[in-house]
Design a protein around this ligand. Sequence first.
Ligand SMILES: [Zn+2]
Length: 573
Amino acid sequence: MATANPIKQSLTQLLKAGKTTLNDALSLLVDNTGALNFEYLDKQLLSAMPSSWPAEQAIPLLFWSNKLYVGVPDNPDPALKKTLSDFLNGCQIEFKTIMPESWNKWFTLIGKTPGNVTPAQTTNLKPQLQPQPTLTSQQKLTQLRQQQASSLTAPQGRLGAELEATIEKIPIRQIMATDEGAIANDVRALMGEALSQRASDIHFEPTTKGLIVRFRIDGILRDACRYFSTVQDLRKVVIARIKIIADLNIAEQRQPQDGRVTEVLGGSRVDLRVSTLPTLHGEKCVIRILPHDNNYTSLIDLGMPKSRIATYEEWLSRSQGMILITGPTGSGKTSTLYTSLAKLVDTTKNVVTVEDPVEYQLARVNQVQVNVKAGLTFSAGLRSILRQDPDIVMIGEIRDLETAEIAIQAALTGHLVLSTLHTNDAASTIARLMDMGIEPYLISSALIGVVAQRLVRKVCSCHQEYQPSVEELELLNLSSSKDEVFAKAVGCEKCNGSGYSGREGIFEIMPVSESIQQMIQERPNLNQIKTELVKLGVPSLAHAGIQKVRKRKTTLEELLRVVSITKQGQEEK
Ligand SMILES: [Zn+2]
């Protein structure tokens, strides 16, 4: 029987749902060496035990079909079974032998040292309950819970807290069956869950405690679950299934590998980019999920303010020149490029791209994948593209002088060129191009404009509104007389408790105006360009972000995570 796990369910709940068998459950709790798997202990059952339960003699493991399964030492006191049974109104007791190492750990949990426990202590036990015949198992448990609740001295309160701390917070994803089909199905189900939570990446990280799975949602990694089993080492098994899905070599575990595959998850087609990396505890695997449908359909959806869209669209309407999109990795540059290209595509234009990798497939666009091994680099690809009579050329990224030079030449000879660069802001893009060795006169005549951008998480509708403090207003250079209302992240079920849902861009859109063109010829330093931008009234990234905070699209906290703002001036990270 295959079961994808029912995260957070106890073994009792799994048994009730028919998702596991008693034998499987017991062997998950105590393996054949007698080692107790503490993570499977049923906290509800533990807290239901009466306060005087002899925890140093008997570990409550599982209550099922009128029987309480308890963990006991190797040579239990012969009277123990009867004592325990009397304790619970004659409930049937079944023993499972627990190895000494597990006992030591248990003693630590219950605040005892192994030395001060002897079988003789059984004599301290006294049946607490009056015999009550014919109680159903459910009634018995209810009764136990009531007793527990009424017991103020409850040492098991301490037990519960310690256990809580011991048991990993990450829910275990159980795969009850060990056959490969079940595991493959479960991995697929997990990818579907990731997609439905809008995750962009899934990380599978081998650790001593199994395979930890994390999702990157809105740019932030978060624990999702953990593959762990006492029956088999799921670390290798799960990674092997992923490798098969991605058509990677499963025998090769010492070399990093990468592959790409198209799958249908939750009814939509996605591309999965899978990469593996050997680490200390085994192969780590990361899956990037690339939905076939580009979610971004318009510049407004990207978060570009209406007031700046006209400027940017005017650049796109030109027949020649270069537009650069800049920002660090994960700042949304690719989405902006694709959205822009989608606007430009029509039957009268030849649109060609050279990318590494091709992330989304665009209709009526000739996309070229960089293949360094085959000699198809950005620059080589670009040269070939230019012999193919293009109108619009998109270069995934300008990384070297050669590519930059060809791109500039193309932009000066009747082509509209779009590309990206890793720079912090619009002004430093010009400095960067000069540093690369491009002549200033070429930059000033080829460059139409620069878009610098970042992504901020949008605050979820569960947010609270508040009036910002004087200090916060001062930091943002806002006058305190205004009635500003900001949003504070709260967290609800919909946003997985994060307080945020989705992301959008903040943009600095810098046109290379006549004054900037002239300035570039004189090899300006960064501050000179920045001063000129302030003079021209070009909103900086920080300024653009502050507008989103004021409109309660995001929080001040989130903005500060992405852009650094100082009182003196506004500088971007
Ligand atoms: Zn929420």
